[in-house]
Write a protein that binds this ligand. Structure first.
Ligand code: BGC
Length: 754
C-alpha cells in the first residue's frame, strides 16, 4: 500500500471511531471526513496509532541544518517534532513534505524561530516597546512580525518574554517589558494577541511562546543563568502574574527558564509546571524547555546524568526538549523501566499535537511560496516608525532646546548616529541591516545634507580611542546645536550579555564632555538595551532623549521627535539608577522600617563623625536613594496638569469596587499624549506591602487646552496579595491611591477596605 495513503486512511478511520459516528449520524456527511474542529478527538485518534518511538519523536526539537540526508532520515522516521531556525520557505516546505508525506503518520513539523521584536521589519526592542505604554501598538508590531515570519513558514515564535526585570545588569532586560508585573502582563497579552489573532489556524499567525517560566529575571546579581531565591508569595505576586495573564489570553506555548528557584531547577519543578500552571490555571498548551535547559540540570547539580534529566523533566511536565537530546536518547528506556509512565508520556504528546492542530498544520502544512517574503512593506515600516516614536522618552529639555528650530545647522555626533546594525538591538537573527534607516540618514533627509555637520568621533560604543574626539568637537562647534547619539551596541545587552558598569562604555563620556565644552547646546540621544546610569550624560546635556534600540525606522522616528513633528510620549518602563551599583532598583519596593530620610551624602559627613551621623535610614552614602528618573517618567513638548483624584467612595467592601477619576488638561501649546498611571498602596498587611503598585494606566492624547477625565475601576480583587500560606486574599484596612504621570508624583487619596 502507498505509504502516504495508509496513515491517511488509518487516521480517517480512527478519527471516525473516535468522533465520526456521532457526526455522520447528525450531519449525514461522508463517513471519511473527521470533524476538524474536534481537536481533542483528532489528538486521541492519532495518539492511538503512535508507537513509543513516534511519541517520543514528537517531543524532540532540533535546530535547523537544512535538508541534510541525516535530517531527512530523522524526519521520515518520526523522530523530530519541531525544528527551530529554518527560515527559507523552500527548505521549510521540503522538510515539511518529508514529515507529511514520507513519515508513517504524516504529522507535520512545528517550525520555530526567535522572532522577538520583528522578523525583517525590526521594531524597538521589547523594553522600548514597553516605553510606549501602548498595547495596541505592541499588538500591531507582533501582528506584523507574525505576518512576515509566517510568510517563510515560521509558525512558532519564542516570544513574548514577560520576565519581570528589576536588575539593569541583566542583559535580558532588553527583551522584557521592564520592572512591573502589571505592565508586563498587559503588554505580554498584546503581543500574544498580535502573533496568534483570534484564529490561530490562519496561515499568517504564529503560536506565541511566553518565556521564561519563571523567575529568570531575579537571577542573583543580575548575572545571566544565575540561581534565584524567590519565596512563593513573592513569586505569585510579582513573577507569575504576567504569565497568568498570557495563559488566560490563550497563549499556545510557554518556555521553561534556565534558573533554579530556591534550589529547584524550573525544568524539574512539578509544583510550578503541574500544580500551578496546569492545575490552578487550567492551561493546556505546550511547555518547551529552553535551549538544552533539560541537560543543564547535570551541571546545575540536580541530576547525575542525561537520563535522569529526562526523567525529571518529563515527570515535571516539560513537553518538548529543545536541543538537550535527553528525551530522544532516554525516554524510551525510562518508559520501559516504568520511571516515566505511559500516561505521562501521552500527556506530553497531547500537548504538542494540540498546538499543531490549533495552528491548522495538519490541514495546511505548507508555506504558500507565491505570497512568501512579505517584508518591509510601506505599512510595516510605518508601524515600526510609529512604535519607535512612541518609545522615545524625553527625560530633560532645558530652555526648550527641543524641538530643534527650523533652519539651524546641526552637528551629528557619537557612535550610534549611523549604526545600521546596532540600532536594531539584540535578537535580530534575520536582520537585513541595509534596510535600517539611521539618525544620520533621516536628519539629512529632513534638514538637507548641507545643514548637517558629521562629527561622529567614535566608531562604536566601546571605542576607547580618543583620537578623533577633538576634531569631531571642533567640527561640531560650527553648528547651532549638537545632537550626540550615544549608548550601547546591540551586543552589549541580550542573553549572556550582562554588565556591572551601567554607564556609557568606551570613550563616550569623554566625548560628551568635549562636546559640552564647545558651549553649544547638546541634545543627547541614548540608544541602549537597558536602564543605564546616565548621571554624567544628564549633567552634560541640555536635553536627553532615551530611546532604547529603536529598530529599522529608528532614524526617522528620532528625527521626527527631535524636530517636533512628533511630540514625545514615551514613559520609562524601568527605573533609571543614579549609580551602577544601585541594583536591583524598582519603584515597587518595600518601605523598610527606616525609609530614606535626612540623607547625608558621603562628602557631607563630618570627620570622625559618630556612628549615627547619617541618620541611620535606608540609602547609599554615594547615591542617596531612589531613581535618577523614576518608573513611569517621561516629558512632552507640552505640559499636562493632573487635577485632584476623585473617588466614588472612600470605602470598599472586600468583594466590592470603587471608581477613581482625575481630570487632566493639556496646559501647553501643542498636542501631546500623557500616560495616566494608577497606583495603590496597602498601608498594613499580614506581609509587608510595597510602597506603590501599578494597577492601571491610560495613554491619552489631548489638544492644547483640552481637558479629559480618566476613569479607573478599582476592584477589591486588584488589591489582593498572596499570604504566607500562598493563598490570595484581600485584607481589610487603609489604602492610598494615586493617579499620576509617573511613580513618584501626585497626591495620595485615602480609602478603606472593610
Ligand atoms: C534563550 C531563549 C531562546 C532560545 C532559542 C535560549 O538560549 O534563552 O530565550 O528562545 O535560546 O533560541
Amino acid at each position: 500500500m502507498n505509504k502516504k495513503l495508509f496513515p491517511a486512511i488509518a487516521f480517517g478511520l480512527l478519527s471516525l471511531l473516535a468522533v465520526g459516528g456521532a457526526i455522520s449520524a447528525c450531519t449525514g456527511t461522508s463517513a471519511e471526513a473527521p470533524d476538524k474542529s474536534d481537536v481533542e478527538g483528532r489528538i486521541e485518534a492519532l495518539l492511538s496509532q503512535m508507537t513509543l518511538e513516534e511519541k517520543i519523536g514528537q517531543l524532540n526539537q532540533l535546530t535547523g541544518v537544512g535538508c541534510q540526508p541525516a535530517r531527512i532520515q530523522e524526519i521520515r522516521s518520526g523522530s523530530v517534532g519541531s525544528i527551530l531556525n529554518e527560515v527559507d520557505p523552500d527548505t521549510v516546505n521540503a522538510l515539511q513534505r518529508e514529515a507529511v508525506e514520507n513519515s508513517r503518520l504524516g504529522i507535520p513539523l512545528l517550525i520555530a524561530r526567535d522572532v522577538i521584536h520583528g522578523f525583517k521589519t525590526i521594531f524597538p526592542i521589547p523594553v522600548g516597546q514597553a516605553a510606549t505604554w501602548n498595547p495596541a501598538l505592541v499588538e500591531e508590531g507582533a501582528r506584523i512580525a507574525a505576518d512576515e515570519a509566517s510568510s517563510v513558514g515560521v509558525r512558532w515564535t519564542f516570544s513574548p518574554m514577560v520576565d519581570v526585570s528589576r536588575d539593569a545588569r541583566w542583559g535580558r532586560v532588553a527583551e522584557s517589558f521592564g520592572e512591573d508585573p502589571y505592565l508586563s502582563g498587559v503588554l505580554g497579552v498584546a503581543m500574544v494577541k498580535g502573533y496568534q489573532t483570534d484564529d490561530l489556524s490562519q496561515p499568517n499567525t504564529m503560536a506565541a511562546c511566553v518565556k521564561h517560566f519563571v523567575g529568570y529575571g531575579a537571577s542573583e546579581g543580575g548575572k545571566d543563568y544565575n540561581t534565584t531565591w524567590i519565596p512563593e508569595p513573592h513569586l505569585r505576586d510579582v513573577y507569575l502574574p504576567p504569565f497568568k495573564a498570557c495563559a488566560d489570553a490563550g497563549a499556545a506555548t510557554f518556555m521553561c527558564s534556565f534558573n533554579d528557584i530556591n534550589g529547584m531547577p524550573t525544568n524539574a519543578d512539578k509544583h510550578l509546571l503541574r500544580d500551578i500552571l496546569r492545575g490552578e490555571w487550567g492551561w493546556d498548551g505546550l511547555m518547551c524547555s529552553d535551549w538544552s535547559s533539560i541537560q543543564q540540570m547535570v551541571p546545575q547539580g540536580y541530576c547525575r546524568d542525561l537520563k535522569e534529566t529526562a526523567e525529571k523533566a518529563a515527570n515535571a511536565g516539560v513537553d518538548m526538549d529543545m536541543q538537550s537530546f535527553a528525551y530522544i536518547g532516554h525516554l524510551k528506556e525510562l518508559v520501559e523501566e516504568g520511571k516515566v509512565s505511559e500516561k505521562t508520556l501521552d500527556d506530553l504528546v497531547r500537548n504538542v499535537l494540540r498546538v499543531k492542530f490549533r495552528l491548522g498544520l495538519f490541514d495546511n502544512p505548507y508555506v504558500d511560496t507565491a505570497t512568501a517574503r512579505r517584508f518591509f512593506t510601506a505599512s510595516n515600516l510605518d508601524a515600526s516608525r510609529r512604535a519607535a516614536e512612541e518609545s522615545a522618552i524625553l527625560l530633560k529639555n532645558e530652555d526648550g532646546v527641543l524641538p530643534l528650530k527650523p533652519g539651524i545647522r546641526i552637528a551629528l555626533a557619537g557612535p550610534m548616529m549611523d549604526a545600521r546594525h546596532d540600532q536594531n538591538g539584540t535578537w535580530v537573527f534575520d536582520l537585513e541591516k541595509d534596510s535600517t534607516v539611521t539618525v544620520l540618514d533621516a536628519m539629512k533627509e529632513m534638514y538637507g545634507a548641507g545643514r548637517i555637520i558629521e562629527a561622529q568621533g567614535l566608531g562604536f560604543s566601546r571605542d576607547k580611542s580618543s583620537a578623533a574626539i577633538a576634531s569631531a568637537a571642533a567640527k561640531a562647534k560650527g553648528a547651532d546645536v549638537i545632537v550626540y547619539v550615544c549608548g550601547e551596541e546591540a551586543v552589549l545587552s541580550g542573553e549572556a550579555h550582562c554588565r556591572t558598569d551601567l554607564t556609557l562604555p568606551g570613550a563616550q563620556k569623554e566625548m560628551l564632555a568635549r562636546l559640552k565644552a564647545t558651549g553649544k547646546p547638546v541634545v543627547t540621544v541614548v540608544m541602549t538595551g537597558r536602564p543605564m546610569d546616565i548621571t554624567d550624560v544628564v549633567a552634560n546635556s541640555d536635553a536627553v532623549l532615551y530611546c532604547f534600540h529603536p529598530g529599522t525606522m529608528g532614524g526617522p522616528a528620532i528625527a521626527n521627535v527631535l524636530s517636533g513633528k512628533v511630540n514625545p510620549s514615551g514613559h520609562l518602563p524601568v527605573s533609571l539608577p543614579k549609580a551602577s551599583a544601585q541594583q536591583p532598583l524598582y519603584y515597587s519596593h518595600k518601605n523598610t522600617g527606616r525609609p530614606a530620610e535626612g540623607i547625608t551624602l558621603i562628602d557631607d559627613i563630618p570627620l570622625e563623625a559618630g556612628q549615627t551621623s547619617t541618620g541611620c535610614t535606608s540609602f547609599y552614602l554615594d547615591a542617596g536613594d531612589g531613581a535618577l528618573y523614576p518608573f513611569g517618567y517621561g516629558l512632552s513638548y507640552t505640559d499636562f496638569s493632573y487635577g485632584p483624584v476623585v473617588l466614588s467612595s472612600d470605602r470598599m467592601a472586600t468583594d466590592g469596587s470603587i471608581t477613581a477619576t482625575c481630570e487632566i488638561e493639556n496646559t501647553g501649546s501643542v498636542k501631546g499624549s500623557t500616560v495616566a498611571q494608577l497606583y495603590v498602596r496597602d498601608m498594613v498587611g499580614s506581609l509587608c506591602r510595597p510602597v506603590k503598585e501599578l494597577k492601571g494606566f491610560d495613554k491619552i492624547e489631548l489638544a492644547p487646552g483640552e481637558k479629559r477625565t480618566v476613569s479607573f475601576t478599582v476592584n477589591a480583587s486588584d488589591l489582593a496579595f498572596h499570604q504566607a500560606d500562598n493563598t490570595l486574599a484581600v485584607e481589610p484596612g487603609d489604602f492610598k491611591l494615586w493617579i499620576a504621570p509617573d511613580s513618584e508624583s501626585g497626591d495620595a487619596k485615602d480609602f478603606i477596605v472593610e
